[in-house]
Design a protein around this ligand. Structure first.
Ligand code: GTP
Length: 510
């Protein structure tokens, strides 16, 4: 590898490590200090062994932090599921079906992303309100809806106790949700007050305000990203000022060197001119001889001193060049192993561990590149969003491990029908996305139909019993100038129409 490109690569890797480690901060003080050590080791230019040592020390903390975050996200998802079940209790007819489905879909997609939790809460609040409105409209028809029972404060006394219980449960769940947020300690008081208010809440009208407060605290957690950015900028600033002072030091030593050279020249000139004057003033040969002899001795002493000084400086320069060369050679070696380590980590980051398919992050990259290509080449592109039907039942009936087995087998069946250039991703949960490049809507619909049939025909065995599995698919073709998000949104909507119209079918944009 050329020296300049390896130095550049090392610089980039250092920046990446520094930046990502700052972003990762804030969930565990022990992890924070390990991250700081890693940052220091890389910015100080330690060798690979040193860096590996600090990294190995931190690795168990990384794994632990991932687990904690996943646990938190799972707890949040569970609370949302329980909140929806509470709304559904006894009479799900009053909940707007489409809105509930959309809420559940967002939950499926975003439960692992804390930044989306406020949006989920807002969506849940809207679902609650609309359920209430639907109930009020239904009051005339004298239907005894659960929402009416839960929320209508004018209800009869015989239901009041039940209503209070359900409302208390909702508030309780929200209070549990708050316990899962990791806020800086100065929010402890505010959080405790909010949790108490949630626990003691017996009035529906207060629920939106309390939800606002819940959202506010979640926003604070998300605000941590901004804080991280500020930390990062501060750190960058420090690094820049340290580089600046190194440059100033080196400029100063250059200046000293040229000053000493100038000093030597001046001394030499003075000595020569003194000699000249003395020669002019000498009046006999002997005194002239003695004078020149003395002057030459002084000049040669000055030159000797200067030579020694220069040799010393050259020795120092040579040794610092040699040490720099050593550093570069070492860095070259480190880069090779770091690069393969990073490539491995990158591959892990974009691969779903259960199905070994590229994950949602990989999908985001692929879809934006392929959409751009399609717009430029004016070739068609289609997107299919597939979702396993009644997958919850598989988990509920046969257990989570059986569910995982289905999640591994279904995409294998799908892959067996795909063309070489098509690509499939696990988008999340039991949802898969397929990109069909250079394929128009009619062709994609045919391919999706083949996929649907292949899955339908596959005999899945659960504890020795054959079980049928089906999938629903929404297919949309990329429109001129359309962005990937809007394409996905349309395909996802079509998937829901497929679900609404009975599942195990393909729905295409008309
Ligand atoms: N075993 C297993 N289950 C998962 C995984 N990810 C999500 N799930 C489950 O997938 C289920 C999805 O259920 P729902 O969103 O209600 O949808 P569904 O039962 O498929 O019903 P429809 O989509 O309406 O046909 C939930 O029970 C999740 O817990 C996973 O990695 N493994």
């Amino acid at each position: 590898m050329a020296e300049s490109s390896s130095v550049k690569l090392i610089e980039i890797l250092r920046k990446i490590i520094s930046r990502t480690s700052i972003i990762a901060e804030g969930s565990d003080p022990k992890l924070d200090s390990a991250l700081r050590e890693i940052r220091q080791a890389t910015t100080k230019g330690e060798n690979a062994e040193e860096i590996l040592k600090v990294f190995n020390k931190a690795e168990p903390l990384f794994l632990n932090s991932e687990e904690v975050q996943l646990k938190r996200a799972k707890a949040v998802r569970k609370v949302f599921h329980e909140l929806v079940s509470l709304l559904e209790q006894n009479d799900s007819a009053s909940i707007p079906k489409q809105e509930k489905r959309q809420f559940e879909s967002s939950l499926r997609k975003h439960w692992q992303t804390p930044a989306q939790w406020p949006t989920l809460l807002i969506a849940f609040l809207s679902l609650t309100k609309n359920s209430l409105t639907a109930t009020e409209a239904a009051q005339d028809t004298n239907k005894d809806s659960v929402i009416k029972r839960i929320f209508n404060r004018r209800e009869e006394d015989r239901n009041a106790q039940n209503n209070q219980q359900i409302l208390a449960e909702i508030s309780n769940k929200l209070s549990g949700l708050m316990s899962n947020l990791q806020l800086p300690s100065h929010h402890d008081d505010g959080l405790a007050k909010l949790k108490a208010a949630l626990r003691n809440n017996d009035n529906l009208e207060q629920l939106p305000d309390l939800l606002d407060d819940v959202i506010h605290y979640i926003m604070i957690i998300i605000g941590k990203t901004e804080e991280n950015l500020t930390n990062y900028l501060n750190q960058l600033n420090k690094q820049l000022s340290s580089i600046n002072s190194s440059i100033t030091d080196s400029y100063q030593s250059q200046k000293t060197l040229s000053q000493s050279r100038e000093g030597f020249n001046t001394t030499l000139q003075e000595q020569v001119s003194d000699t000249n004057n003395a020669v002019q003033g000498a009046n006999n040969l002997d005194s002239l001889k003695t004078l020149i002899g003395e002057r030459l001795t002084t000049i040669s002493q000055t030159m000797e001193e200067h030579k020694t000084q220069m040799e010393e400086q050259e020795k120092q320069a040579n040794s610092s060049i040699a040490s720099l060369k050593n550093k570069v050679t070492r860095m070259e070696k480190d880069t090779t192993s770091l690069r393969s380590m990073l490539q491995e980590k990158l591959a892990q980051a974009i691969t779903d561990s259960l199905t070994e398919l590229p994950n949602r992050m990989a999908y985001q990259d692929a879809v934006s590149t392929l959409c751009k290509k399609s717009h430029q080449s004016k070739q068609p592109l289609c997107l299919a969003v597939c979702d396993i039907d009644h997958f919850k039942r598989v988990n509920d009936t046969w257990g989570h491990l059986a569910g995982d087995k289905v999640l591994r087998l279904v995409p294998k069946q799908i892959q067996s029908t795909l063309a070489k250039e098509d690509s499939i991703f696990r988008y999340g949960g039991e949802e898969f996305v397929i990109i069909f490049p250079n394929t128009n809507a009619a062709q994609a619909a045919q391919r999706a139909e083949d996929i649907r049939r292949a899955v339908e025909k596959t005999p899945f065995n659960m504890q020795g019993k054959p079980v049928s599995i089906s999938i629903s698919i929404g297919v949309a073709e990329l429109s001129p100038a359309e962005d990937p998000e809007s394409l996905f949104f349309r395909a996802d909507k079509l998937l829901y129409s497929a679900k609404e119209s009975g599942r195990n079918r393909v729905m295409l944009d008309k």
